[in-house]
Ligand binder design. Structure first.
Ligand SMILES: Nc1ncnc2c1ncn2[C@@H]1O[C@H](COP(=O)(O)OP(=O)(O)OP(=O)(O)O)[C@@H](O)[C@H]1O
Ligand SMILES: [Mg+2]
Length: 283
């Protein structure tokens, strides 16, 4: 089957999924951070959707407002305008609806790695022998076997990042929001983590919203990519990624992949250039 045929079939099943309310619908989100004398517009009328079982990525320049959007989706920050709906229900400003991996690993220093990883399940009161065994299985799989009882400060930055990733993965909420989950990892570990995430996602079809600076990673993992402009961030482009699943790393050599990568890199470079030409305007 050709890639275009498979893409057509994928689009068809996507349409069938779309009859359900989206896992996430952020509409018309704007946000400015204000102090007494200044105001910094960070998000400008941003709308995006994650259908149930979709893997969606956001790429955009540093400082454009991607993490701020996650804080809004997670209910940690209130938007000035706009709404957040999950499964058709408005949840703007409410916490507890997403499984969230923040950009900084944010592990609790007094808890062991295993207890950090099981935090969300503990909050939900669902930790038993089986969930502990499952956590140990995954800790082992991401190279943290033997560190179950260690405390976060005794781990490297990349190890802490992997523990924070597992915590999000094992959280029960349907929508996972991952903010640059692999940025602190070396190339080989990163590639392993991408492979696992791809396998797990293809098996479980959880809904995922993923922030990354790595265009190749976004193209390898996602069904759709939102390209953000520089600050104030708005959606500059929406790119449907047509490659069939299950995906293999070999697709990075496919001419269509190379073409998309070049296109996305061009947009990103242009936005970065614009941001460098316009230092933060605080008025
Ligand atoms: N709580 C806050 N108060 C004031 N300004 C903030 C706050 N949080 C973020 N900002 C500002 O909002 C802008 C966007 O920040 P944000 O962290 O959302 O960017 P980002 O796109 O995630 O960047 P990066 O790719 O570097 O992680 C930055 O200029 C930042 O200084
Ligand atoms: Mg960020």
């Amino acid at each position: 089957m050709s890639i275009s045929e498979e893409a057509r079939i994928a689009a068809h099943s996507h349409a069938a999924q779309s009859e359900l309310p989206p896992a996430l619908e952020a509409s018309g989100i704007s946000k400015a951070f204000r102090t007494k004398r200044s105001s910094l517009q960070v998000l400008e009328n941003v709308s995006l959707t994650v259908q149930k079982g979709e893997f969606v990525s956001i790429v955009g320049p540093s400082g454009s407002g991607k993490s701020t959007l996650f804080h809004i989706i997670g209910g940690l920050v209130k938007p000035d305008t706009g709404t957040v709906h999950m499964n058709g229900k408005e949840v703007t400003g409410q916490q507890g609806h997403i499984s969230y991996m923040p950009q900084q690993p944010a592990l609790f220093p007094w808890r062991t790695i295993e207890d950090n990883v099981l935090l969300s399940q503990e909050v939900q009161g669902t930790v038993d022998k089986e969930t502990r065994e499952n956590a140990r299985y995954w800790l082992d799989k991401v190279g943290l076997g033997g560190f179950e009882k260690a405390h976060p400060h005794t781990l490297s930055g990349g190890m802490q990042q992997r523990a924070a990733f597992l915590r999000a993965l094992l959280s029960p909420q349907e929508l996972m929001c991952l903010d640059e989950p692999f940025s602190a990892l070396d190339a080989l570990t990163r590639s392993d983590m991408q492979r696992w995430l791809l396998d797990i996602w293809e098996e479980s079809r959880r809904s995922v919203l993923f922030i990354t600076h790595n265009i190749e990673e976004a193209l390898l993992l996602s069904s759709r990519i939102y390209v953000f402009s520089g600050r104030p961030a708005s959606v500059l482009q929406t790119v449907d990624v047509p490659f069939p699943r299950p995906r293999r790393e070999e697709i990075i050599e496919h001419p269509d992949f190379i073409k998309l990568r070049r296109e996305l890199s061009g947009w990103m470079r242009e936005e970065q250039r614009k941001m460098q030409g316009h230092p933060p305007t605080i008025n």
